[in-house]
Write a protein that binds this ligand. Structure first.
Ligand SMILES: *Cc1c(COP(=O)(O)O)cnc(C)c1O
Length: 232
């Protein structure tokens, strides 16, 4: 794990790059904390990230149990399995990765049972990749209509994980997301506010911001490269 001072320096450096790309707009920095321990998460929060994003439910619960996220909102950014919905609804301040109408409805049911409103983003498979999570762009109006009738969820925007190529190569995908964000925003649907466009990671966040992202999710540039050999 990197020292807390190094994590703080990294966050400072990223903030400056965000500012340079944002041209005066406010962009939220979400630390993608997967495979980093509670101490690293705390260091990122102390360095002023706007939120923490976790990918795996079990890992989130373990770090949450030791208070790792104290002082920052918690986002869920990974693929959410149906049988784990109950563990995430009501705990995550924002579920960024709602990738099917079925998942949307399960989240709604759980939130209503708890008497809360769960904030979510809809994940778009903007690169049209076979293996990738996310709804097809053409399905967005339908899922938003469904969401507008769900009293337990509030759609706050869109998210994508585009193909793993350079930012330049993803420029068109980011621009397409921005267009979807604009076209489906405004007052088109009850109960939906298109506040957040979550796109951009370590390799491509500057380009994502130039194309309109106002939320980026950054892991390795904050915490260093992930050590997959240590994973089980
Ligand atoms: C890991 C991850 C990120 C951050 O990736 P980096 O390239 O390490 O910045 C962002 N979003 C999601 C959904 C992730 O799983």
């Amino acid at each position: 794990m990197l020292a807390a001072e190094t994590i703080a320096e990294n966050v400072g450096h990223i903030r400056r790059e965000i500012e340079a790309a944002a041209d005066g707009r406010r962009v939220l920095l979400v630390a993608a904390t997967k495979m980093n321990d509670a101490a690293a998460v705390r260091a990122a929060i102390a360095a002023g990230v706007d939120a923490c994003g976790e990918n795996r439910v079990q890992e989130m619960l373990e770090k949450d149990a030791v208070g790792a996220y104290a002082g920052a909102p918690l986002h869920f950014i990974g693929h959410l399995q149906r049988n784990k919905v109950n563990k995430v609804v009501g705990r995550a301040d924002l579920i960024q990765s709602v990738d099917s109408a079925e998942l949307l409805e399960l989240i709604d049911r759980r939130a209503q049972a708890m008497g809360i409103i769960q904030n979510i983003l809809i994940e778009i498979n903007v690169g049209g990749e076979q293996q990738k999570s996310g709804i097809e762009p053409e399905e967005l109006p339908d899922i938003l209509k469904t969401a507008s009738e769900c009293a337990g969820v509030r759609v706050r925007g869109l998210m994508c994980v585009p193909p793993a190529v350079s930012g330049e190569e993803n420029r068109d995908n980011f621009a397409k997301m921005k267009q979807l964000f604009v076209d489906n925003g405004g007052k088109k649907y009850d109960n939906i506010s298109m506040d957040f466009l979550s796109m951009g990671m370590t390799a491509d966040f500057a380009e994502a911001i130039r194309q309109g992202a106002n939320m980026v999710r950054i892991g390795s540039a904050i915490f260093g490269a992930r050590d997959y050999s240590a994973a089980h």
